[in-house]
Design a protein around this ligand. Structure first.
Ligand code: NAP
Length: 278
């Protein structure tokens, strides 16, 4: 029941109409009996400057998620940035605390939690990250802390820039290469490009899936479709496969806890998303 004590949460992005976050968060809020509502706000880049002061002035806003294209730009309007988000250089979650706006990034930890839910602790692994965009950044910074990383990308200069930045900031060597690298040497492959994403579900993967071996784990950050061509081919090779649903849910679950102080029910969140595909 929405009443005069209901607090507002939301997603700020452009576009936002296909986002699954409102469904996922509202189900989780209902499940925990929390008096919040989560809405999606389509904010044009030229209007982003009004957002933080606007929500602070409303008083009933608990916080919001930030998505494409505002994850970097929002940082200059915040009062404080958590050290993880500072390291990654992007914010996907903002908490409004009295008159302060604090930025966090939950994408990398969300990806780690999803991986670890499936395969246990991820440390000292040889990990290949395909792609060097925003999602790759968050995942790479998180997993580089206690694993060996190689980043490959269509535009190799971007892989080089990201690998060098992580190497400098975390003081450990990160390798980079082009897409033609031999993928047979890795324990875990994480695909972070949009290749295979709905509606272009039949586009072929950008790596040679015949080289995937049965002892490997292949994660695709895409969650629609639930099984991309890459994951289907990896499964045929006998590899363990993980889609992007878990990362979506865990990054949301961490944001939920930052705003409300309550741990949401992960199964409720997963079910809300799966039902929305039916
Ligand atoms: P982004 O910043 O635009 O990065 C896109 C990356 O894909 C770049 O490395 C780009 O390479 C590469 N790429 C794009 N088109 C390509 C092509 N035709 N051939 C080869 N490489 C190509 O995007 P993003 O925000 O990182 O998102 C990437 C994917 O991750 C999307 O599918 C998104 O839905 C998914 N994602 C999932 C979650 C989750 O919670 N599961 C969270 C975030 C993102 P270049 O540098 O050469 O252009």
């Amino acid at each position: 029941m929405i009443d005069s004590k209901t607090k507002l949460l939301g997603l700020i992005g452009h576009p936002v109409e296909h986002s699954l976050s409102p469904i996922m968060h509202n189900e989780a809020l209902r499940d925990k009996n929390l008096n919040y509502v989560y809405l999606a706000f389509d904010v044009l880049p030229e209007n982003l400057k009004y957002v933080v002061d606007g929500v602070k002035s409303l008083g009933t806003v608990g916080g919001f998620n930030i998505t494409i294209p505002h994850k970097v730009e929002i940082m200059k309007y915040l009062d404080e940035i958590d050290k993880e988000a500072e390291l990654i250089g992007a914010v996907n979650t903002v908490k409004i605390e009295k008159d302060r706006a604090i930025g966090y990034n939950t994408d990398g930890l969300g990806a780690r939690m999803s991986l670890e839910e499936e395969i246990g602790k991820v440390e000292n692994k040889n990990i290949l990250i395909i792609g060097a965009g925003g999602a790759a950044r968050a995942v790479a910074f998180e997993l580089a802390k206690n694993n060996h990383l190689t980043i490959i990308n269509r535009t190799v200069e971007k892989a080089e820039l990201l690998a060098k930045e992580i190497s400098e900031k975390l003081n450990k060597h990160i390798y980079y290469n082009n897409l033609n690298i031999d993928i047979g040497d890795f324990d875990i492959i994480i695909h972070t490009t949009p290749i295979g994403m709905y509606p272009n579900v039949n586009v072929q993967p950008i790596i040679d899936t015949n080289k995937i071996e049965e002892n490997m784990v292949v994660m695709d950050l895409i969650y629609n479709p639930e099984e991309t061509v890459l994951l289907r081919e990896a499964k045929k090779q006998g590899a363990k496969t993980i889609n992007g649903l878990g990362m979506l849910v865990y990054q949301g679950a961490i944001s939920f806890e930052i705003w409300t102080g309550v741990k949401p029910n992960i199964d409720v969140m997963k079910k809300a998303i799966c039902n929305s595909f039916k």
